[in-house]
Write a protein that binds this ligand. Structure first.
Ligand code: ARG
Length: 458
């Protein structure tokens, strides 16, 4: 009773083979989508006169009961069922009797499973988008709370110039925004209704696939039955979206891990997101952030897995495809958790303002500003670079600050120097004089904060 294909076989399958091939332990998560798809399918079969209206009505009543059980969390999957499709089919039979046998007319599990997966993916894309917005809001809130803080910014992990902390944070808001657009694009390409492709070649029964598509919110029907049952591009794409987001979150976690060290000393991560050491009583470790960084490896691994899973498969359905699910579910679940945990970390994280201020008082951060000063006075970029290079080297050799040089000493490097150059040598001025679009200029950053606030809270 529990298998959908037993009649042809002269003996029972080996229990170990069952254990090895069954997917119910994970694909039970598709139950809700399986039922929704089946209701639409039954409506179509009835409308087309392929099954009697009375049977369809019974089937739909039964499926709705199962749906309510799933929604209420009362649907306990049967570990003896091969997969979620079998499980629901068996439940339906137990509920409505013989009529249930007509539900699987003009479809196969091959098209059914793709439909379930597409519906699941759509739901998760919406959830992921909402979780991304939640993190964007938390990052923005943190940036707004610390609007005036200036921090060192790095290239090659060498302190380079100063920027507003908010500017650094908005870089991540931008990344996350791109992640949302990727999900949106992926959702559009998922929009092709596969059901009715049957095993692989379609059916001679007079189905109405466009009607099923309409009932389920698809704008079109998958045009080729072989592609319909073999296509897993939408899964590759969704895992890829997760991997890109996870990579962004890993970089963000890495920034915060560095900032929380004594060496950087820029932020204090709330104790509720840190752990201690079993031997070193003084330690406060950023384990949660480290696991965010580490989890991204798993998702990138899942992306590799799905590519390798697909690359050697001949058309059309092969059972290998069953293994798309653990990789997808894990990617989606992990990415969502990473987003939500990071949002909480941002809500409770404090900036070490005094320490940040101290760290921005390094005159080497302002050499490019001084170069711009010379360029504005007609010196070429190349000459200005040489002049500042020699100044920095001499100051380092003599243990002097650039600001301690007299005007006469400055003029030895370039006659273009005047006393006014000295007011450039501080962090506030360094951010203030930036004026290019997208720069760390405080007014421009304030505008960005405002625009993002409007956009995210709209
Ligand atoms: N559990 C299967 C999967 O996830 C469902 C499709 C089974 N189809 C088949 N021809 N055996 O792919």
């Amino acid at each position: 009773m529990s298998k959908l294909w037993g009649a042809r076989f002269d003996k029972k399958s080996d229990p170990l083979a069952d254990q090895f091939t069954f997917s119910i332990s994970y694909d039970h998560r598709l139950a809700k989508y399986d039922v929704v798809g089946s209701i639409a399918h039954a409506q179509m079969l009835s409308k087309q006169g392929i099954i009697p209206k009375t049977d369809a009505a019974k089937i739909i009543v039964g499926l709705k009961k199962i749906f309510l059980q799933i929604e209420a969390g009362k649907f306990k999957y049967d570990p003896k069922a091969e997969d979620v499709h079998t499980d629901i089919q068996n439940r339906l039979k137990a509920l409505v009797g013989k009529s249930a046998d007509k539900l699987h007319t003009a479809r196969s599990r091959n098209d059914q499973v793709v439909l379930d997966m597409k519906l699941y993916c759509w739901d998760e894309m919406a959830d992921l988008t909402a979780a991304i917005v939640q993190l964007q809001k938390a990052v923005l809130g943190f940036a707004n709370k610390n609007k005036d803080v200036i921090i060192p910014a790095y290239t090659h992990l060498q302190a380079a110039q100063v920027v507003l902390l908010a500017h650094h944070m908005l870089a991540y808001v931008e990344m996350l925004e791109r992640d949302k657009t990727r999900l949106f694009d992926c959702a559009k390409r998922t929009d092709a209704m596969p059901l009715g492709a049957c095993a692989l070649s379609g059916t001679s029964l007079k189905t109405d696939r466009a009607y099923v598509a309409k009932l389920l919110g698809f704008s079109k029907v998958a045009a080729n039955s072989m592609d319909a049952v073999s296509d897993r591009d939408f899964i590759v794409e969704l895992i890829s979206c997760c991997a890109t987001t996870a990579t962004h979150l890993s970089r963000l976690a890495e920034d915060l891990i560095l900032w929380a060290t004594k060496e950087f000393d820029l932020v204090d991560i709330d104790s509720s997101f840190c752990t201690g050491s079993s031997i070193m009583p003084h330690k406060k470790n950023p384990d949660v952030l480290e696991l965010i960084r580490g989890s991204s490896a798993k998702i990138v691994g899942n992306l590799t897995q799905i590519h390798v899973l697909l690359k050697g498969l001949p058309l059309t359905y092969n059972r290998d495809l069953q293994l798309d699910k653990p990789a997808l579910f894990d990617s989606v679940d992990t990415t969502k958790k990473m987003l939500l945990v990071l949002a909480k970390i941002f809500a409770s994280m404090k900036v070490k303002k005094t320490s940040a201020l101290q760290r921005t008082w390094d005159e080497s951060f302002f050499t490019v500003d001084v170069m711009d000063y010379l360029i504005k006075k007609g010196v070429s970029h190349r000459d200005a670079h040489d002049i500042l290079g020699r100044m920095v080297r001499d100051c380092l050799d003599q243990g002097k600050a650039i600001s301690s040089l007299s005007v006469a000493e400055l003029k030895k490097y370039s006659l273009a120097f005047d006393v006014d150059v000295k007011k450039l040598l501080n962090p506030e001025m360094s951010v203030k004089i930036k004026s290019s679009l997208g720069s760390t200029n405080p007014n421009l950053v304030a505008q960005q904060l405002k625009q993002w606030g409007k956009k995210l809270h709209a």
